[in-house]
Ligand binder design. Sequence first.
Ligand SMILES: *[C@@H]1O[C@H](CO)[C@@H](O)[C@H](O)[C@H]1NC(C)=O
Ligand SMILES: *[C@@H]1O[C@H](CO)[C@@H](O)[C@H](O)[C@H]1NC(C)=O
Ligand SMILES: *[C@@H]1O[C@H](CO)[C@@H](O)[C@H](O)[C@H]1NC(C)=O
Length: 368
Amino acid sequence: MGNLCLKNVVVTIVIVLIHLQLVASTWWFISQLPLHAVGAGVLCDNVPGLVGRQRRMCRIHQEAMVILGQGALQGVHECQHQFRQHRWNCSTLDRDTSVFGKVLLKVGTREAAFVYSISSAGVAYSITRACSLGHLSTCACDPNRKGRGRDKQGNPFQWGGCSDDVNYGQKFAKMFIDAKEKQHMDARALMNLHNNKAGRQAVQKQRKLECKCHGISGSCAMRTCWRALRDFRRVGTFLKNRYNGAIQVMMNQNSADADLVVANRNHKKPTKYDLVYFDASPDYCNEDLELGSPGTAGRECNASSIDTDGCDIMCCGRGYHTHTEKRVDKCECKFHWCCDVVCKNCTRTVDVHTCLGERTQRKYKWGH
Ligand SMILES: *[C@@H]1O[C@H](CO)[C@@H](O)[C@H](O)[C@H]1NC(C)=O
Ligand SMILES: *[C@@H]1O[C@H](CO)[C@@H](O)[C@H](O)[C@H]1NC(C)=O
Ligand SMILES: *[C@@H]1O[C@H](CO)[C@@H](O)[C@H](O)[C@H]1NC(C)=O
């Protein structure tokens, strides 16, 4: 009996360890790996945190995996751009398979919502673009954009050129990324699925119709048009606005099917474009790597701004340090015929403000 009991304990411990390992890693890690390694296939079995279906897709679609990794990295860079003036600045941890810190995977904050959506958008975007560029053998331009169409004003045109096949990119991203959540359908999985979808939708929404005129001396008697992705920056800005207006949700206790409902009945129901979250965010003031928070000590802040980059907010009331720095800019640029622009180097002296850390502050207080 004792032996059996011990065996159960050991099995339980092993299961818990495997679960912890899975909880603490994610497919985002592909974005942190060198591309030649991603393309080599051998990696599929070694990236921690991939679920069965992801491993299979990884082995079958090796060329697409390289694109997927690039797309995820594009998501990371866009996240860092959008949050450059926030306390939480979307920094990644070196060689950590959770990429942004373990807490982001466990606690359903707005920041988590943003990271899921921008990563999913990055993959949908880059796969779609790769299709149009002919970089993937399984897809190309959108085959359904044929014959006649009408623009928003109701003016007719002929589909032509290469419309980006955003459907393919979305499907690929959904199949790969959502596979992880479908393994274990709990409340957090529902949140992630919603935000993954919001990311894919953002890519689809940020497209535009591009047209070319044909006819005698550009009379535009006939137009051919195609639907094209726009700059990824637009997708990032769109999702950042959704982050600002993210909607807090909770599990619906009364329903037989698991679903999410708004936490505050006075708030609007989320649409497929909105980001949803469960938990209030920590303040991200101090260093906590589990939290993916480098803390704001040493961060540059703006003494005259009342926004998140202002010294009051950025430094969490700890105060800041000011020093002057010489910065070199291009100035007095002149156009020289032909075709050169020659500039002078101007040196400006600027005041640079940086946040004090907890300890610096204490030392400062107690040092005298
Ligand atoms: C975020 O802030 C930390 C510390 O304040 C800094 O070391 C890091 O480089 C920043 N990350 C990015 C991506 O800007
Ligand atoms: C600081 O903030 C002010 C007010 O928002 C803005 O006008 C100024 O350009 C900012 N300075 C820098 C260096 O970003
Ligand atoms: C300005 O600075 C750059 C790099 O610091 C240098 O390469 C360039 O020659 C400088 N231009 C002038 C006009 O001094």
